[in-house]
Write a protein that binds this ligand. Structure first.
Ligand SMILES: [Cu+2]
Length: 754
């Protein structure tokens, strides 16, 4: 059956081949350089060589637990007001600095410290400590190669004595060729380094995510010495053993039975794969529709400075290994709307009665949210005519370029942005959006992060997730926390909470968050009779948000948050503003479930926060927040310190995400389609009219005399001389219509070619 399907596809593609020429972007050299661009190769090398000598570093490839090495080297973003000086024309380009996170394994009290290195490209360079508190060595990420290898070797030797027992219970003897393991941290304040491991089968591909065996081990990896590490617990079936020996003793006494069925290799492979073994759907042998900008792409790009302009929008974008792609100095009609829009963190917080998933409180920045941007699959992950760009990282020894990790494209919404069909006129205006997309795959999930711009001044930041569910082997009582999604595994309920930072500046940096809401009040008006009932009226309430705080969207969305400039007024007397609101459902973490996340993800507890801009509050999380839940290097809770925020430089932090209740249709993959969650920022009394009125990809028809051209008449009626009724036809951009006449010619009998 499979070969027949392939044959049909092959023939069909020959017969129906349609290969439009895709245009390239308009290449431009932007007037200003991008102060947010990642370090160049020379800058990476200059910073690394300087700290290499200064701190007696070992390269990441050779480093073990007792060495000094760099875990992160990246651009230290410029200070906002220095960057603004440059971007607003008067100032010099801010000096370039690197941020270096160094693990000091050789110290008597080993720790991880953050430094600023620079200025780069100047005559003198230096290194300075930052205010980030030292991070306990136990909370390091396992990035150093020998460190990671030692952990593996420890697990190998720890389980080697029970290899035969493992073979009896799980079907294969213990070794690192047969098994992988997922580990979850159980560290609270860094005094220990505990890991729960669940053994999993080790297929060659992503079937790994379905291969969990239900055999769990708790290991104490605290300290730097291999000899200090130990196995603390074994969990299998519904039993726990405190140490390996107790487990072996019980097994030898015949008290440990094989109670957990395992996938066979074939079953596991089938579980992840698509279904080429079923008939092709009717006409699905034809290629899916595509969109083409037939007279050339409508954006300009400076691919050296990462600067884009499109339909009166322009902006810089940048990549950093902590948070991925960010947008900077975003302007509409030459006026800055946002200084920065960026991803901050992706929380995945699980519930389960199995040790690994019960401890899955993941902050993906610690796993590589920004580092693990994966190459976009051309023609599938982005529009066919998209522009693909690479990103640039430091891998611990040298810089590496990953191609195709960002794509830019304009896409039609296949709906008008506005439309009306009236009694004597009709109009329809084409809607498109410009998208900057990247996909981060820090583990099982693929997070698609889109920044989208619309012609009316609207901005959207969204995230959606696909990839594989994080699972655990089916457990007794597991139904309370999850859903059986394969013969042997459960997908457990969890929350995805993904935080974006919106540093908007509306007509300057002094702004106020104004909250408007509907208050229902009984009102009686002067024109009513005495005995007539009053009205239950919707009265608009308006109040400034006076102090930094977090807020939830109201259940019925009957309130609005407007980032306003109270020093400016429109002709109608309103303060120009941008409204922030969800474009699709958003969530915050389920209340009361964060006992093991006391301080590291305070930002995930409400939908949206407003804070006063503070140079020290550049970002809401860190790569180490996951490993230090009760003592994180960045505690968002401290951002909310009751500062007055009326006409100040403000930052909005807003969550998107979903409560993920897994079910069979998450198998094999969770769908982007239903996980999309976004925040939309739209002009609100920003001017005195809707801001896409100048678009020319528009069709506007006017008829003579009211009532002469109705929708019903135009489409259905047999009007003899309808031509006479048409007074004007406005097709501003004829090329846009692709030869398609806006009205049905056979019904109207019109010639609109002129
Ligand atoms: Cu999920």
């Amino acid at each position: 059956m499979r070969s027949a399907a392939v044959l049909v596809l092959g023939l069909a593609s020959l017969g129906l081949s349609f290969c439009p020429q895709f245009a390239s972007f308009e290449d431009t050299a932007n007037e200003k350089q991008n102060p947010f661009n990642q370090l160049t190769t020379d800058e990476f090398n200059e910073a690394y060589n300087f700290i290499y000598d200064k701190f007696n570093l070992t390269s990441l490839e050779d480093a073990g637990t007792a060495d000094n090495y760099v875990e992160l080297l990246t651009l230290k973003p410029p200070k906002k007001y220095e960057a603004l000086d440059y971007l607003n024309d008067s100032g010099d380009k801010p000096l370039r600095y690197a941020k270096a996170v160094i693990v000091h394994g050789t110290d008597s009290d080993p720790s991880i410290k953050t430094y600023t290195v620079g200025p780069l490209n100047q005559d003198s360079i230096d290194v300075h400590s930052t205010n980030t508190p030292p991070i306990p060595h136990n909370s390091r990420r396992t990035k150093a190669h020998k460190d990671a290898m030692m952990e593996k070797v420890f697990v190998y030797y720890a389980l080697a004595p029970i290899s035969e027992i493992i073979e009896d219970l799980l079907g294969r003897p213990w070794n690192l060729e047969e098994y992988m393991y997922l580990d979850e941290r159980l560290n609270l304040d860094g005094d220990k380094r505990l890991r729960w491991l669940e053994l999993a089968q080790k297929p060659d591909d992503s079937a790994f995510w379905g291969g969990f065996t239900g055999f769990h081990i708790l290991i104490d990896f605290s300290g730097q010495k291999f000899s200090d590490w130990k196995v603390l617990k074994i969990v299998y079936g519904d039993r726990v053993w405190r140490g390996l020996q107790a487990f072996v003793d019980d097994y030898n006494d015949g008290q440990v039975a094989n109670v957990m069925p395992q996938f066979t290799e074939n079953e596991l492979a089938h579980w992840t794969r698509r279904r080429p073994d079923v008939p092709v759907r009717d006409l699905e042998d034809r290629p899916a529709p595509i969109s083409v900008s037939k007279e050339g792409l409508r954006y300009r790009l400076d691919d050296k400075e990462n600067h884009v302009s499109w339909l009166n929008w322009d902006f810089f974008f940048a990549h950093n290994p902590e948070t991925g792609i960010s947008i900077h100095d975003l302007r509409f009609n030459d006026v800055r709307i946002a200084y920065e829009i960026s991803l901050q963190e992706a929380v995945s917080h699980y519930s389960a009665n199995t040790p690994t998933n019960a401890n899955s409180a993941l902050l993906d920045r610690g796993i590589g949210l920004g580092e693990k941007l994966t190459p976009l699959i051309r023609g599938y992950d982005c529009a066919e005519e998209a522009t693909y760009l690479s990103t640039h990282n430091w891998n611990g020894t040298h810089d590496v370029v990953t191609p195709d990790t960002v794509c830019i494209f304009e896409m039609p919404l296949i709906q008008p942005i506005s439309r009306h069909y009236g009694l004597n006129d009709a109009s329809s205006n084409k809607a498109t959006k410009l998208v900057v997309r990247s996909i981060s795959t820090p583990g099982n999930y693929d997070y698609m992060i889109d920044y989208a711009l619309f012609p009316d001044g609207t901005i959207e930041a969204s995230a959606s997730a696909s990839g594989y569910l994080l699972q655990s082997h089916s457990s007794k009582g597991g139904e309370e926390f999850g859903t059986q999604v394969s013969d042997t595994t459960f997908g457990n309920v969890h929350d995805h909470v993904i935080l974006f930072k919106f540093d908007l500046d509306i007509l300057g940096e002094s702004n106020t968050l104004v909250e408007k809401s509907i208050d229902v009040q009984k009102r009686k008006f002067f024109w009513q009779d005495e005995d007539e009932d009053g009205y239950e009226s919707k009265v608009i309430k308006s109040a400034n948000v006076e102090h930094e705080k977090g807020m939830d969207w109201s259940n019925n969305y009957d309130h609005w948050l407007l980032l306003s400039n109270l020093d400016k007024k429109t002709r109608y007397g309103y303060n120009p503003a941008y409204r922030i609101m969800p474009s699709t459902p958003v969530i915050h973490d389920t209340p009361g479930t964060q006992a093991r996340m006391q301080r590291n993800a305070v930002f995930s507890r409400e939908h949206v926060y407003v804070t006063k801009y503070n140079e020290e509050e550049e970002t809401a999380s860190s790569m180490y927040n996951m490993n230090l839940p009760n003592k994180p290097p960045v505690d968002f809770g401290t951002f909310l310190n009751d500062e007055s925020i009326v006409q100040e430089d403000l930052v909005l932090w807003a969550n998107v995400g979903m409560h993920h209740l897994p079910r069979a249709s998450d198998v094999p993959s969770t769908l982007f389609l239903e996980t999309k969650s976004g925040i939309m920022l739209s002009p609100f009394n920003y001017g005195t009219e809707e801001l896409s009125r100048d678009l020319t990809n528009v069709s506007v028809w006017h008829a003579i005399g009211a009532g002469n051209l109705t929708a019903k008449q135009a489409v259905y009626a047999t009007i003899d001389n309808v031509t006479d009724l048409i007074k004007t036809v406005e097709v501003y951009n004829d090329a846009d219509s692709c030869g398609i006449e806006p009205f049905n010619q056979s019904l109207l009998g019109l010639d609109t070619s002129k």
